[in-house]
Write a protein that binds this ligand. Sequence first.
Ligand SMILES: [Zn+2]
Length: 320
Amino acid sequence: MDTETRSPETLLEAVKFFADPDVALAFVASLRWPKGVTCPRCDAPEPSFLSTRRLWKCKGCKKQFSVKVGTIFEDSPIGLDKWLPAFWMVANCKNGISSYEIARALGVTQKTAWFMAHRIRLAMQTGTFGKMSGEVEVDETYIGGRARFMHKSKREEKITGTGGIGKAAVMGLLERHGQDGHSRVRTKVVPNVRRATLSPEVRQNVEAGAEVFTDALASYADLGQDFVHQVIDHAESYAEGKVHTNGLENFWSLLKRSIKGTYVAVEPFHLFRYLDEQSFRFNNRKITDGMRFLRAAVGTIGKRVTYKELIGGEEATTPA
Ligand SMILES: [Zn+2]
C-alpha cells in the first residue's frame, strides 16, 4: 500500500480526503510506522496486508492487527473518516470547539463527540518540552467554577485570601522568542497562588539564570535567588521596556474568549484539558491549519499511545 504522507490543507479537503477509507488508513499508517509497518505485538517487520479487510497479518506471531491497535483509536468503533476531521476541528478552531459542534459536523452523538474530543485533547497534552530559557513571563489568573473569567483587578475585589469558592487558580509561563522564534506558553491549574506553590513551578519549568518577569505578587519574591527576576508593578504601569507580562495577558484573553464563547460549562476538574488545548493552538499559531493538524496527528498517532496509557487508570468521566 501507499504510505506516502499526503495531508489536506482545509477542513473541506480533510473531510473529502479521509472519506476514502484507504486514504485514511494510509495516512494513519504512515504517521504510525514511518519506517514501514511492524507488528504491535512482536515487532516483526513486513506483515502481509489483507486489503479487503484493511488488516495486517504478522509473519512472526501470525496474529492480525489493525492500524488502530496501540493508539488512542483502539477500542473505538468510530471510523478514521470521522476521527481525522475531529482532529482537524480540535486542532484548528481558534476559540475551541464544543462537543455539540463536533457532533453536528460529524453526525455522531454528543456523547461520542465528547469522548473523541477528550481523547484528542489528552493526546495533545502529552507533548513535553524542556525548560524555558531566555526571557520568560510568569503570571496567574482565576477562572470561575461556572467558566467565568475574572480579571485580576476584579478578582482582587471579590476574592479574599488565596482562592475563592468555585474559582480555579491557573498559572502561566510564557517563553518569548522560543525555538521557532515565537513565544510559547505552558499552563497549569494550581491549588492556590502561595509562594510554596508557584515558586517551585517556576524552578521546574525555567532554566536557572533566565530572565523572569512577573507582577508584584509576593509569591514571586524569592525568584531572584535563581533567576534574573524583574517585577512590573501593575499599580504603576503595565510595561517598562521589556519588563511586562503582556504576552501572558494576551493568552489569558484568548482563553477567556474560548471559555466564554464555546465551553459554556467547563467543569473545574476538566479545566486543565481546555488549558492544554488552548496552549497547543497558541504554541502552533504561526503555521497553517494543515500543518497544525499534522502536528497534532503526528504527536498523537506517532507516539503509539493508547487511551488507557493516557488516562493512566483514571476513569473517563461524565460528558459535559
Ligand atoms: Zn507479531
